[in-house]
Ligand binder design. Sequence first.
Ligand code: C2E
Ligand code: MG
Ligand code: MG
Ligand code: MG
Length: 291
Amino acid sequence: VRATRGGEEVRAYVPSMGQIFMRRFQLVTQFRQSLEEGQVTVHYQPKVTLPNRQVQGVEALVRWQHPEFGKLDPDEFVPAVEAAGLIGALTSFVLEQALRRVRKWLDEGLRISAAVNLSVRNLADSEFPAKVLDALRRFDVPPELLTFELTESGVMSDPQRALPILRELHSLGIVLAVDDFGTGYSSLAYLRQLPVDQVKIDKSFVLGMGTDLGDLAVVRSIVELGHSPGLTVVAEGVEEDIARDQLEAMGCDVAQGYLISRPLSEERLEAWLQARTVRSPGRHAESVLVL
Ligand code: C2E
Ligand code: MG
Ligand code: MG
Ligand code: MG
């Protein structure tokens, strides 16, 4: 692409359709092997309860350290993996890593839940709930320590197929959350018909609430309307003290964002938790406080 700026020619590199296609093709063909070779990893981002600021859980977020393309974000490769029919392998991998982590915490006396993001394609697999149940049993993790996050548009694209699977997962005792809430259809009346326990306010509103009254109003109404059917309301994208304080004042239940922590490798998460663990003498239960 050529453009002129102050009489000088500026060139920007824009990959051609062919290059985009080739890269996508490469990613998809290399994905399985990358999983086996350990290039695909899971990072974890803590979530804290408001107002007492205890670590309630972590969200598992997939990462790919690609030998040629470098660090890839999920937004870049998850859609390609989905389109290639490989999402089942990705979800199983992330789920197992997350459950293994929760199991280790339980062994240390910590009750910390893990949230795994699902793709709508996972819900097209009628065997999915059985696979999840098998994984919970293998790691001996109680279902209430597992959360699945789904976007609203994901559920809406094929509700006939998605709903029975969601109901099955819910009846197992797994916590279900609607992710990126506020960006899609976002009808709370509709939300009542879904077997969900949590709404996660999309980070765009949370990031904007300090400067944009419209965003602030959206956040406030999601907190209020989410609470009326008894849902837990989670805010993602909490980057500033002020946002956390406002959310706390509104009664938002859980906060997640760079203010608390960025997504961390398993090793760094462990150090982060260790530094914040409060041991109560004479009791087994421990809690992790973020002040
Ligand atoms: P998401 O589930 O909505 O995850 C939240 C995203 O917001 C993450 O981006 C996280 O790093 C980012 N984030 C968290 N706190 C802040 C903050 O304070 N400020 C800002 N600006 N951003 C924040 P990430 O890790 O790049 O993931 C992007 C999306 O990729 C996720 O959005 C999720 O939809 C998808 N994804 C991630 N892991 C998986 C996975 O294992 N399976 C599937 N199917 N999708 C995944
Ligand atoms: Mg999520
Ligand atoms: Mg989100
Ligand atoms: Mg998202």
